[in-house]
Ligand binder design. Structure first.
Ligand SMILES: [Zn+2]
Length: 128
């Protein structure tokens, strides 16, 4: 994939993620008033379950937002690497990441092998 095409795809992805995040955040801001009404109702026992669900939803929402921001950071990182001329090279071993992989995932930072290693490491508890 040539740099021009990579840049185009990364910019599209960045715009898509930024829009998702903006929409997500605007939905989140309206939650503030909901929280107040929940607080008012919380002295009523039958609403305790709802409050728990709300907390669960909030945690789930936050992890979605974190995921979005992490993806956005990866895309911006890839765009910077395009500028620097290091795009398409694995950050761990310095080998080319590969056309197929970049085609499927233009923001990839590692080759398939190092990505698998990194994911394995993330799942393995420290000290094992
Ligand atoms: Zn590698």
């Amino acid at each position: 994939m040539d740099a021009e095409r990579a840049q185009e795809r990364l910019e599209q992805e960045r715009d898509r993620l930024a829009e998702l995040r903006a929409r997500f955040e605007s939905e989140h801001l309206t939650d503030e008033s909901e929280d107040e009404s929940l607080a008012e109702l919380s002295h009523q026992p039958q609403h305790q379950a709802d409050t728990g669900t709300e907390t669960f939803n909030r945690e789930r929402d936050l992890s979605i937002l974190e995921q979005l921001e992490a993806e956005l950071a990866d895309v911006e990182h890839a765009l910077r690497r395009l500028d620097e001329g290091t795009y398409g090279v694995c950050e761990a071993c310095g080998q080319p990441i590969g056309e197929d992989r970049l085609e499927a995932m233009p923001e990839a930072r590692f080759c398939v092998r190092d990505q698998a290693l990194a994911e394995k490491e993330a799942k393995t508890p420290a000290g094992e």
